[in-house]
Design a binder for this molecule. Structure first.
Ligand code: SAM
Length: 238
């Protein structure tokens, strides 16, 4: 169960009504039953539901080490339809620390506040499912040009995936980088269905993004981030 940081105090967790409903009606837990609670900011606890069913006692802290050793940020141009739902869920499973939805020249989607809320809920659900202590941050959508200047990514090793041309493969770049140094953060940018415009690639290159390939086949805008993050997590976990 993901709780807000202010919901726990002095060894107790104060449950919201929807959490009470989830624990007692959906999971059918009774007083004295145990469950795992996490605050999405690194803490996990074994907790015991109290008789009132409105609060739980924290029994012990758990040490969960499932985070990647580097901070990986995904900048992804928004695909049309519901395609970003899967990107958000799977990127969380693959260890992403931050997701930045991009509005690029060829982006087709302008998401509603409800969509953003849904994506943030999906990061929580996915983090719970794959036992991550940290829930990734999902920023509000931002224009591609503005994203190049974000202070959060200024010291990172930056890659922009380009579907055509003779850029080096992301895998060889990541391996080379791992051998040469130990960066604390990596940023990977993926374009929309229609791809980046030449001006966008030029702007990104000017902002220290290295153009990289994900192989010979053109992947869908929802497949490319998953391959890129799979490569990053494999490189940094082996
Ligand atoms: N027609 C577009 C083009 O030629 O760029 C295809 C865009 S592709 C469907 C969507 C995004 O996924 C691309 O902008 C790129 O970021 C990424 N992508 C897909 N396949 C790729 C590949 N083989 N190498 C690198 N990036 C790729």
């Amino acid at each position: 169960l993901v709780i807000a940081p202010q919901q726990h105090k002095q060894g107790k967790i104060f449950l919201t009504s929807s959490q009470q409903h989830y624990l007692s009606r959906v999971l059918r837990l009774k007083a004295g039953d145990r469950f795992i609670a996490m605050d999405g900011q690194g803490s996990w606890w074994v907790s015991e539901l109290e008789a009132s069913l409105t609060q739980a006692k924290i029994l012990e802290s758990l040490c969960v080490q499932t985070e990647l050793p580097v901070t990986v940020t995904l900048m992804a141009a928004l695909p049309k339809g519901n395609g970003f739902d899967d990107v958000v869920y799977q990127a969380t499973e693959l260890g992403v620390a931050c997701i930045i939805p991009l509005k690029s020249d060829r982006t087709l989607l302008n998401p509603s506040p409800q969509k953003l809320e849904r994506w943030r809920r999906l990061t929580q659900e996915a983090a719970e499912q794959c036992e991550r202590p940290f829930v990734p941050t999902l920023l509000d959508p931002i224009d591609f040009t503005a994203s190049l200047q974000l202070p959060e990514t200024s010291n990172a090793s930056r890659y922009i995936c380009v579907a055509r041309g003779d850029a080096p493969h992301l895998l060889s770049c990541l391996l080379e980088q791992k051998l040469a140094s130990s960066p604390s953060s990596v940023v990977i940018a993926i374009g929309p269905e229609g791809g980046w415009t030449p001006v966008e690639v030029e702007q990104a290159t000017g902002a220290r993004f290295q153009p990289v390939s994900l192989g010979r086949r053109i992947l869908r805008a929802v497949t490319a981030p998953i391959l890129a993050l799979s490569l990053a997590s494999s490189v940094w976990e082996t």
